[in-house]
Design a protein around this ligand. Structure first.
Ligand SMILES: NC(=O)CC[C@H](N)C(=O)O
Length: 372
């Protein structure tokens, strides 16, 4: 296989640190924000998750590729990360359900992949010094030029990326004769969210990121959903005003990750860029209502301002991240609305938090009953 050629590759970080590796596949160069995911499984879901658009992914699991790929594990229609950095890349795979090697899957997407990197040292460096931009390239002897290209890469802070991954046209998902209708704003929606809703008797219409309340109301939905997605939530002015209108009109509203941040902004709570963020499938969260713990799938580099959320009369914090006590979930008092910073749909990850989809359907049901 071609990937065994293994040409030299270099990773240049914004702070000047250099790491070395080997190209897996054709030579090339890529830039983006370098971040790491600690999941021990679920690489195909991660690589196709639109929330990772614009990011170079470092996988902490030492072996990548060994269980291949299958269409069942797609979280969107294409690879969304801008590069992959790993320790050991395997083009050979073994899994009954797998239909393709990860090598072929990523090559079809023209992704820049490098292996043989000291990922433990790289991850420790990012953890210590914070998430930052990087350039990954096979042009190992053109450091000055690479530095220039790295400088030209926009910072994730302030970057609007939802428009790059959102659907251009609205579409539907699920059975048309389902009991409930949900209008979903696509800021980079993961397919497993749609699967989770559809399996709860929901017919979903997915709308482009800049859709208006009026456009979404034409579907006559029983509730609204605002999805996960890439980039900084702050520039998403259309989504923020949509959330405000949905709240003002007392429709059921559920937000996940970027959607949660948009709902916070619609309530006057700021968001900020975290030092490193949370990306993995074993993040501990405490549900403050039930007192129970949940192990959750997470993928975010921004969070909502905790002091402002605590001081806000309209907000009740419902979930907290047990590692750093950041806000993991909230509800809007007196409104049929709640949101979480993490991923109850998993894909990949544990299913501890799927009860949130049930709670959303209960909210939709009781709001529908009141209206009759
Ligand atoms: N998964 C997401 O929706 C991520 C939200 C946002 N882009 C962040 O990094 O915080």
């Amino acid at each position: 296989m071609a990937y065994l050629e293994k040409k030299e590759a270099i990773i240049l970080l914004e702070d000047g640190t250099i790491f070395h590796g080997k190209m897996v596949g054709p030579e090339g160069t890529t830039t983006g924000e370098i971040c790491f995911n600690t999941g021990t499984t679920g690489y195909q879901e991660i690589f196709t998750d639109p929330s990772y658009y614009g990011q170079i992914m470092v996988t902490t699991n030492a072996h990548i590729g060994n269980y291949g790929t299958t269409d069942l594990d797609l979280e969107s229609d294409s690879v969304k990360i801008s590069g992959l950095v790993c320790k050991n890349f395997s083009g050979e795979f073994s899994r009954v359900l797998a239909t393709d090697s990860l090598y072929d899957f990523l090559q079809k997407a023209n992704l820049i992949v490098i292996s043989d990197v000291d990922t433990r040292a790289l991850v420790a460096h990012i953890r210590e010094h914070g998430v930052q931009n990087a350039i990954v390239s096979s042009r190992v002897d053109q450091r000055d030029q690479l530095k220039k290209e790295l400088k030209a890469t926009p910072s994730m802070k302030g970057l609007e990326l939802a428009s790059k991954v959102s659907t251009k046209k609205s579409y539907t998902f699920g059975k048309e004769d389902a009991t409930f209708k949900i209008a979903a704003l696509d800021l980079g929606i993961k397919t497993n969210i749609l699967r989770n809703l559809a399996s709860r008797d929901v017919f979903i219409k997915v709308f482009p990121y800049n859709s208006t309340y009026e456009q979404m109301m034409e579907f006559n939905p029983d509730g609204f959903f605002i999805s996960n997605g890439p980039g900084d939530p702050e520039p998403l002015s259309e989504a923020i005003s949509l959330a405000r209108k949905v709240l003002d009109n007392n429709h059921p509203l559920f937000g996940i990750c970027l959607g949660h941040q948009v709902i916070a902004l619609a309530n006057g709570v700021d968001t900020y860029k975290m030092h490193n963020g949370h990306r993995g499938i074993n993040h501990p969260v405490k549900n403050l209502i039930t007192g129970k713990g949940e192990i959750t799938s997470q993928n975010h580099g921004f969070a909502i301002n905790k002091e402002q959320a605590e001081a806000n009369q309209d907000i009740e914090i419902t979930h907290t991240h047990l590692n750093d006590h950041t806000v993991a979930g909230m509800r809007i008092k007196g409104k049929p609305c709640f949101s979480v910073q993490y991923h109850p749909e998993a894909g990949p990850g544990p299913n501890d938090a799927t009860y949130l989809f049930d709670e959303f359907i209960d909210t939709v049901k009781s709001t529908k009953k009141q209206a009759i």
